[in-house]
Design a binder for this molecule. Structure first.
Ligand code: SF4
Length: 502
């Protein structure tokens, strides 16, 4: 849920650690040290991360509707002492409190919802925008419960309120059905005992003169992507062992043995077939090409071939009826059709306009353009077929023709996922963004929108936010170019594969 931007810097005059810093400290002491001693090194959240935060705030606001008469404590107050004072006053009201702030033993906690129960007890409720309980959520609550109990509140239960993934919107969003509440009091009480010693150790870290010497590890992305990855991982070359396809623990083992580059992996290290190809191309600098396999793949294409790509968005709180939380909503497609190899393709495109549900028009337009003969080529069929499946459920009257489309789909990702072609500059990735430049010389670098996630955010921003008309138009053109490059790029890739297959 939303937080007032408070300065809770741990120092001699203000010795408190907030929950978010405590969680950072649990993930990595170096991250904690930097957060307090060199915080300008921590980059601002990027647009995708900010969108996740914003979504969390929206979910939090919806949760509050379940507690009518609740008091928002110190919503706009930035003075730390004032928050504490106002929170102490607010608990006397015995009403649900949103984000009341308390301190204890160096910890400063603001619980999403503090709900009065019985004569003098309280339930702690933390709201999460995920659809399940995660371990890190329990630690989060343990910290809150430790501080609140220590500050003198009688805590009866600790609960997590998370999004119900099975919820389907019908009319206005019903918070009672949208959320699931899980009582995690037992799990939390076990963890709470670990909070005090951890806090002590974290303060010792913060007060060190030097940054702790901590090497990179799996914790750099678990439970959250660390904002210092660019700094700590900068020593790795572009052909590092972390490119290994499904490398998992093997990458860490190799790094531990001092093996950093793919080409330095010794013969005796067990590699999968695909990883062995990566090592081979790293040594030779030449791409791996299985001409026979490429020729077999190309034989699957029956002309006219339709190259198809969808763009989608998803939101925690469904925007339209019939949607579940985080369900993909297609708002754009690009379709290039070639009647024979090497011929000039025709192009059809659709980009929904306005803040309405884009799906009905998306379906009508796709149906009118897709035809009923020839292969439909997509890149990463799992995604497109998943979207079609969701549409078929929501609009059963369209299910028949969509089944026909699904049966015609061939996945252009396959030859790259199977490593029938692999270039060292793919750096372990089979995505179209990695494959297109190495095979064709074309890339997304010149485009304003370069990723699917960015396309979703931009679409939502200019169609659901308040944006001047000329900017909206400009973004729509950028979206058209981006999606069009995906399908035109597939034609270029197939052309290149034909040349390689001979
Ligand atoms: S990138 Fe890894 S090592 Fe560096 S601060 Fe973050 S978690 Fe720690």
């Amino acid at each position: 849920m939303g937080r007032t931007a408070l300065d809770t810097t741990a120092s001699a005059d203000r010795p408190y650690l907030s929950k978010s810093k405590f969680l950072w400290g649990s993930q990595c002491r170096k991250l904690l040290w930097v957060a307090y001693n060199a915080k300008d090194q921590i980059p601002e959240p990027d647009a995708a991360t900010q969108a996740i935060f914003d979504q969390g705030h929206e979910v939090g606001a919806l949760a509050k509707a379940l507690y009518p008469g609740g008091i928002e404590v110190s919503a706009d107050v930035t003075d730390f002492e004032q928050v504490l004072q106002q929170s102490l006053e607010a608990i006397k009201e015995r009403k649900p409190l949103f984000e009341a702030g308390f301190v204890y033993s160096g910890g400063f906690a603001r619980v999403d919802i503090l709900n009065p129960v019985g004569k003098d007890e309280w339930d702690i409720v933390e709201v999460k925008s995920s659809t399940e309980v995660k371990d890190v959520n329990l630690l989060d609550l343990a910290f809150q419960a430790f501080v609140y109990s220590g500050a003198g509140l009688k805590i009866r239960r600790c609960c997590l309120m998370h999004v119900n993934g099975d919820y389907v919107r019908r009319g206005p969003v019903d918070p009672k059905k949208f959320f699931k509440v899980v009582d995690v009091t037992k799990d939390v009480s076990g963890l709470s005992r670990e909070i005090e010693p951890q806090l002590g150790d974290m303060f010792t870290t913060i007060r060190r003169k030097q940054e702790p010497d901590i090497k990179i590890g799996p914790y750099c992305s678990d439970p959250y992507p660390c904002p210092l990855q660019d700094k700590c991982w900068a020593f790795l070359p572009t052909d590092s062992v972390f490119n290994l396809y499904y490398g998992g623990k093997k990458c860490w083992r190799l790094l531990g043995e001092g093996i950093i580059r793919l080409k330095d992996i010794p013969d005796h290290v067990g590699l999968t077939e695909r990883q062995a190809i990566q090592r081979k191309v790293a040594l030779t600098g030449q791409p791996h090409i299985d001409r026979k396999a490429l020729a077999s793949f190309l034989k699957l294409l029956k002309y006219p071939v339709s190259y198809l790509d969808f763009e989608t968005f998803n939101t925690a709180i469904p925007l339209f009826d019939g949607l579940s939380p985080y369900q993909q909503v297609p708002f754009q497609f690009s379709l290039h059709r070639q009647s024979a190899p090497g011929t000039t393709p025709g192009h059809h495109a659709f980009l929904a306009d306005g803040p309405g549900d884009p799906r009905p028009e998306f379906l009508d337009r796709l149906r009118s353009y897709i035809g009923n003969a020839g292969t439909v080529v997509v890149y990463n069929a799992k995604f497109e077929t998943g979207v079609l499946g969701g549409l078929a459920e929501a609009f059963p009257e369209h299910a028949g023709w969509m089944d026909g489309v699904k049966a015609r789909i061939i996945d252009l990702l396959e030859p790259f996922q199977s490593f029938d072609y692999y270039h060292p500059d793919q750096h372990g990735s089979a995505s179209i963004k990695a494959v297109l430049p190495v095979l064709t010389g074309h890339s997304y670098a010149e485009l304003e929108i370069q990723k699917g996630g960015q396309a979703s955010l931009e679409y939502l921003r200019v169609h659901f936010g308040e944006v001047p008309e000329d900017e909206r138009r400009k973004v729509r053109e950028q979206l058209e170019r981006y999606c069009g490059t995906d399908t035109e790029g597939m034609i270029w890739i197939v052309d290149a594969l034909r040349q390689l297959a001979g």
